[in-house]
Design a protein around this ligand. Sequence first.
Ligand SMILES: C[S@@+](CC[C@H](N)C(=O)[O-])C[C@H]1O[C@@H](n2cnc3c(N)ncnc32)[C@H](O)[C@@H]1O
Length: 227
Amino acid sequence: MRRHHKDDDLSLEQMREALTADFWDERYRGSDRVWSGRPNQRLVEQVADLAPGTALDVACGEGGDAIWLASNGWRVTAVDVSEVALERTAQHAEEAGVDDRLRIGLYDALEDPRPGGRRRYDLVTVSFLHVPVADFKRVYTSIAKAVAPGGRLLVVAHHPEDVETGVRSSHGPGLLFEPERVVSTLGADATDSPWQVEVADTPVREQVMGEGTVSVRDTVVRLRRTR
Ligand SMILES: C[S@@+](CC[C@H](N)C(=O)[O-])C[C@H]1O[C@@H](n2cnc3c(N)ncnc32)[C@H](O)[C@@H]1O
């Protein structure tokens, strides 16, 4: 059943508006808890075979992923454009008893060239940060710079097929993306690339929506920086 229509599409200006602190602070203030508090399934799957080290969670939201990583031995920096989201991440980390393994930082993907400062991390993870195509290369190239040699970049996103199957609105042309966009934007498909493509997949999962569940497709990309 189609639940959304393409006329939900936003202009480029409106898409960028939806990436501002004001937009997200208001969204978070509207509810005590916007997300489930559980880690994203794709993060758990993709991190299972990695030895814990330092991790940067970009666009961490209320901290579900960051707290799970910290609980599993990672030393985590969690960044987001929303101060409200970061306050919640800090509060949830304290409640989970992992605040000594997690620090937070304000970061605007459209403005700041370096998420997580000048450090480089063994794992940089970005889940469900959808930026307009016009900003994609700039934003993801700067995020990728935070990966240490030997480290991983994990990108998880909604797959554009979800718009076709009607489970979500596109919110704007090109906002959702396939694995190929990450791979080609970072040049990971080039023979002399510093990136090794470990995962470029589009798995399906069941998601609770309203009264029932729907099948949704994710974009999952895991790259290893070889040098
Ligand atoms: C869909 S939520 C995902 C949150 C979290 N990664 C998760 O999977 O639960 C998108 C997050 O991106 C953050 N965000 C939006 N625009 C941003 C920007 N320009 N820079 C950094 N974070 C941004 C929002 O505040 C929000 O927490």
